[in-house]
Design a protein around this ligand. Sequence first.
Ligand SMILES: [Fe+2]
Length: 315
Amino acid sequence: MGDMAMAGTKTFPPGIGMTTTMAPFIEEARSHGEVYIEQPYDLYSEENHEAWRRLYARLLPKWEKYANEHFLKGIGNLCLDPERVPRLADVNQFLNPLTGFRAKAVSGYVPAYQFFDCLRQRDFPTTITVRHLDKLDYLPEPDIFHDIAGHVPMHTDKAFADTLVRFGECARTAAEVAQAIPDEDERVHRVTSVIKAMARFFWFTIEFGLMRDSGGKGLKVYGSGLLSSEGEIEHCVESPLVQRYPAQMEWIVNQYFEIDHYQPLLFVVDSFDHLFSLVDELEVWMKDGRLANVAPGEPHVNEEDLKSFLHATVG
Ligand SMILES: [Fe+2]
């Protein structure tokens, strides 16, 4: 990209900043309805790079202690620069030959069906903004550190990558099942419940999952929400206040969660092959109608997510 980066019709000067909720480039892209975008690398400010540098330096020793072995191998394979916000093109050069996955820049929220369908196609919708330097510890929305340092190293692992693709296939099945229901109220009720179940499953595995380590005794972290949080990565393994149980489908899909504090309840898988088999099970439950009435409560399924499933092209 040249000196000026463009979104829609506007241009922005280099170094203007790509800070979460404060990035004019992103606001402009969203105002034009552009979801999949280029990463305007020249717009990152020195403050953005400093935020990345501090986060990486804080997390590195925690990853070495608490992260699962596949993540650690992935961090090595991606050759991330500890000092600078990564270029997605560089990340993809290392990632793509390993599993076919690619980090794909987005301007923010992607409706649920489109998000899962990207996974099915081995594209990972990736936030490109950076959290503010004053808010390094907690941010409700994803940023590039969460997405690239927390998620993408896991995508270098074949078994994990295949699990994400399987999850995307499940979303397709959910849309097919829903669209075949003739009665509209019933269709909306069913798909709302299925989206809730999928969101809970994704949350308690991909975002906040724990895994038995290969020796079978201790626990290691593989969930990206944990891997990108300096405080919670330690808390989730060490704190006696956290309940940790073997992953159980009937519990996970009926368990509400809240996003604004450390998770009090986490689920443990044995391996990524185990996780893959759970996603298979999720799809069987979906087809059998066992996700049609999951327990109410968080997360809320918004109108856009609902529509994305009801109007998905699945043919
Ligand atoms: Fe995430």
